[in-house]
Design a protein around this ligand. Structure first.
Ligand SMILES: Cc1cc2nc3c(=O)[nH]c(=O)nc-3n(C[C@H](O)[C@H](O)[C@H](O)COP(=O)(O)OP(=O)(O)OC[C@H]3O[C@@H](n4cnc5c(N)ncnc54)[C@H](O)[C@@H]3O)c2cc1C
Length: 249
């Protein structure tokens, strides 16, 4: 029986910074400190000569306002996203500056037929039943195909290869709502671009939910770099986020 699974996003890695021992630069040890160091390295202004940008937060806000976004590429964060549909991963993967590692449907047998319900269906018993029934039916066909293909490939002595070949063909019938899992690494600039594009009200609701969840975690890791994004609620109850920065470009 298919079950609905919830989105789960966790930060699993982030940049740590060590200033060079021979440079007097007082800072933290996180990605934001690295971005500031990289910016100051351009002018060797490690002693913070300008009082208006002497504080790290003011410096980072300034570089984002003037569009010096290349500096944001030095620091990165890795998120592990579970409870995301195969369809939404397709949208996530359009963002070319990210690096991905996705759960393989060719190697891993989907023991539990877990699906991600579209938000519009959540809370509606009848529609939820309908989606779960469709998932059950496709799962039934998947299992039938798997059995038949494994039999058909019986002459292949390598059991692992036989199973892989059967799974890669049978997965064709699994729905777009099938749960996937993906490790995503991106630098701050790539994450900002993703959030700006996918947390807007124009984006699909699921990828928007993913983008807002990523934003919340990234804001904890790099509060200044992501502080210009404001999360608000739309009339349908879902969340969106938009930046208040107008780039100086
Ligand atoms: C609301 C919405 C609706 C969408 N609908 C559709 C749809 O119907 N069909 C569809 O196919 N896609 C659709 N997309 C996906 C969209 O077209 C992009 O492919 C996706 O958002 C990735 O963003 P990006 O193009 O900015 O590139 P990213 O890969 O995120 O790259 C970030 C930036 O790097 C630069 N860049 C990256 N690669 C290149 C390059 N090769 N040349 C020049 N500059 C580059 C660009 O400035 C780009 O904006 C939609 C996206 C959104 C947000």
């Amino acid at each position: 029986m298919a079950t609905a699974v919830e989105l789960d996003v966790q930060l699993i890695a982030a940049t740590r910074f060590t200033p060079p021992a021979d440079i007097a630069f007082e800072s933290g040890d996180d990605g934001q400190a690295l971005v500031e160091f990289a910016g100051r390295a351009c002018y060797e202004s490690f002693d913070r000569p300008n009082p208006r940008t002497a504080e790290t937060a003011d410096y980072l806000r300034h570089i984002m306002e003037v569009g010096h976004d290349g500096l944001l590429e030095h620091a990165s964060a890795t998120l592990y996203i579970r409870g995301i549909s195969r369809s939404a991963v397709g949208e996530l993967m359009r963002h070319r500056h990210f690096s991905f590692s996705q759960l393989s449907q060719r190697f891993v047998h989907p023991d539990d037929a877990e699906v991600v319900l579209p938000d519009a269906v959540v809370g509606d018993e009848e529609l939820t039943r309908l989606v779960l029934r469709a998932a059950d039916e496709s799962r039934f066909v998947y299992d039938e195909l798997l059995r038949a293909l494994e039999e058909q490939l019986g002459e292949e002595s390598n059991a692992l290869l036989r199973r892989k070949q059967a799974r890669q063909a049978a997965r064709a019938v699994l729905p777009g709502a099938t749960e996937s899992r993906v490790v995503v690494t991106g630098n701050y600039r790539a994450w900002r671009h993703f959030i700006a594009a996918r947390a807007t009200e124009h984006a699909d609701r699921e990828i928007r939910k993913v983008a807002v969840a990523c934003l919340r975690l990234l804001r904890e890791e790099a509060p200044v770099v992501f502080s210009d994004f404001h999360i608000t609620r739309l009339t349908d109850g879902s969340e969106m986020a938009a930046s208040s920065i107008v780039s100086g470009y």
